[in-house]
Design a protein around this ligand. Structure first.
Ligand code: COA
Length: 159
């Protein structure tokens, strides 16, 4: 993976050892009803094709990375499973850098399309995905536990 140039942060691939810090970040980024435990993340990480990338602060003194992204590659398709940036570090380009880093990993593995789902109520994530080149391709009704619909987005990946 090439370095994504965001001053102050580095995107680094991670393995199952990162489940505890990813769970803590998820807890900080999402509501209690939405957050994923370390056990839930570990059960995702053992599935073949799952990739995790951390955004680590340069000279990190904080206990947690600034954010992470989890994706799964199956043949020539990838799905973003989750992305979370700690509230303290938002609007600094970290979410975009994590998406770019995941896209790079997908490019290197023959992925043609990357999919994700986002709540129609999640305007910040929708803005991030639009700025990263994702476009809507479908709607899943009553998809989330709060009753909101999910928009399905896709992005073509360069061969
Ligand atoms: C969505 C999330 C990952 C964005 O992370 P981030 O690091 O703040 O995003 P970036 O700084 O890279 O933003 C890139 C662009 O996305 C858009 N964007 C991101 N957050 C936005 C917000 N709150 N309002 C409007 N646009 C926003 C902007 O276009 C932004 O570019 P700009 O700052 O130059 O205007 C973060 O808000 C988060 O963790 N949210 C909670 C978890 C979540 O909802 N995950 C997605 C589930 S589908």
């Amino acid at each position: 993976m090439r370095d994504i140039l965001v001053p102050g942060f580095t995107c680094q691939p991670a393995g199952a050892e990162a489940c505890a810090v990813m769970a803590a970040l998820h807890d900080a980024a999402f509501t209690a009803a939405e957050s994923w435990s370390a056990g839930a993340l570990a059960s995702l990480m053992v599935v073949p094709g799952t990739i995790a990338i951390l955004a680590v602060l340069d000279g990190q003194t904080e206990p947690l990375p600034a954010g992470f992204i989890l994706a799964r590659i199956v043949h020539d398709e990838a799905e973003i499973l989750t992305i979370a940036v700690h509230p303290r570090h938002r609007r600094q380009g970290i979410g975009l850098a994590l998406l770019q880093a995941a896209t790079q990993m997908c490019e290197g593995r023959g992925v043609a399309q990357m999919f994700l789902e986002v709540s129609v109520r999640n305007t910040s994530a929708a803005a991030l995905y639009a700025s990263s080149g994702f476009v809507p391709v479908g709607l899943r009704r009553d998809y989330y536990c709060d009753g909101s619909d999910a928009r399905v987005l896709v992005k073509a990946i360069a061969a």
